[in-house]
Design a protein around this ligand. Structure first.
Ligand SMILES: [Zn+2]
Length: 324
């Protein structure tokens, strides 16, 4: 039903899913840059279209609501919330009586700034597997949120500027929402702020926040993207402590790798247990895995699923071609 080469192409149609090269028509699952590119025609949710316009410039776009089937030539496309970042979608393609589900990035744990996931059933599942090893088990979300709030309180008491860092889109706004809801005032790096304005258009309220101004940082939490950790903006703060937010923080080495004082496992992906829960709910006959460890299919096979890496599809297709 599909082939894979720098993106998933639905067989016989000019239709791709998350292609990383420019194509005719592409469903873009969400606005993270490892999934998004400019195409001749994009199909996505409204928040994803707004983020893409700010990050890549405008493209001709067909906007779909969740759960609203869309006819494309001889197939039907339906987007479902993926729970990863605002606007993120799983894509269900129905063609010739078969149901193909592409997960995109997803999270089964509800966040404060994202639509809760809805998991459809499918015959074939193509899934991301970022934290696809049993080692990756996250503490309960409320505990991680409390740890973040405690970090901020402790540093205010010690006279430090608390600096909170995560990926520019999604994690940073989730941190803003957790801290805004807890009553903290926020000072926000420009690249995070421009995307936070999009969230506000979709009704997300971050409380008392402003774009970063050096002479107004007193009493505020500074929210910055990961690539600003070593910037002059942060270096020039005299007393500060930096926390980095990432699922990879379950490894204690993480904070040294990123050159930060603390790291907390606030993730917009699910952990290993969440990946397995997801697979059980989709209940597919065949699974292809991508965006993760090469050994994740083996864990699925041990549980009785027929699973292989997506990257091998190209080789399988080639082998079939060479036999003909
Ligand atoms: Zn993503």
């Amino acid at each position: 039903m599909f082939t894979y080469e720098k993106g998933i192409q639905i067989t016989g149609l000019p239709l791709w899913l998350d292609s990383t090269r420019k194509v005719d028509t592409c469903v873009v699952s969400h606005a993270h840059m490892d999934h998004a590119k400019k195409h001749r025609q994009i199909i996505c949710t409204e928040p994803t279209a707004k983020f893409l316009a700010r990050r890549l410039g405008k493209s001709p776009t067909t906007i779909l609501d969740y759960n609203a089937p869309y006819e494309f030539e001889d197939c039907q496309i339906t987007l479902f919330p993926a729970g990863h970042i605002l606007g993120s979608a799983q894509t269900l393609v129905e063609k010739d009586g078969c149901r193909l589900l592409y997960s995109g990035d997803f999270n089964t744990i509800p966040g404060r700034t994202v639509e809760p996931i809805e998991i459809p059933q499918a015959d074939t599942l193509i899934m991301e597997s970022t934290f696809g090893r049993p080692y990756y088990r996250f503490p309960a979300r409320r505990i991680v949120e409390q740890n973040l709030i405690d970090f901020v309180r402790r540093n205010f008491q010690q006279g430090n500027v608390p600096v909170v860092s995560g990926y520019t889109l999604g994690k940073s706004q989730e941190a803003m929402k957790i801290l805004g809801d807890a009553g903290f005032k926020l000072s926000v790096h420009g690249s995070v702020a421009v995307l936070a304005r999009v969230y506000e258009k979709f009704g997300i309220d971050f409380g008392d926040w402003q774009k970063f101004k050096r002479d107004e940082i007193e009493g505020k939490v500074l929210v910055i993207p990961r690539n600003a950790i070593q910037s002059r903006m942060v270096e020039r703060l005299e007393k500060k402590q930096i926390v980095f937010l990432s699922g990879w923080a379950v490894s204690r080495k993480m904070k040294y790798r990123y050159g930060v004082d603390e790291a907390l496992p606030l993730s917009d992906h699910c952990d290993y247990g969440g990946l397995l829960d997801y697979v059980r709910k989709v209940n597919p006959k065949k699974i292809y895995t991508t965006h993760g460890f090469a050994d994740f299919p083996k864990y699925l096979q041990d549980l009785g699923f027929d699973a292989s890496p997506l990257e091998e599809v190209k080789q399988v297709e080639r082998r079939v071609e060479s036999r003909e």
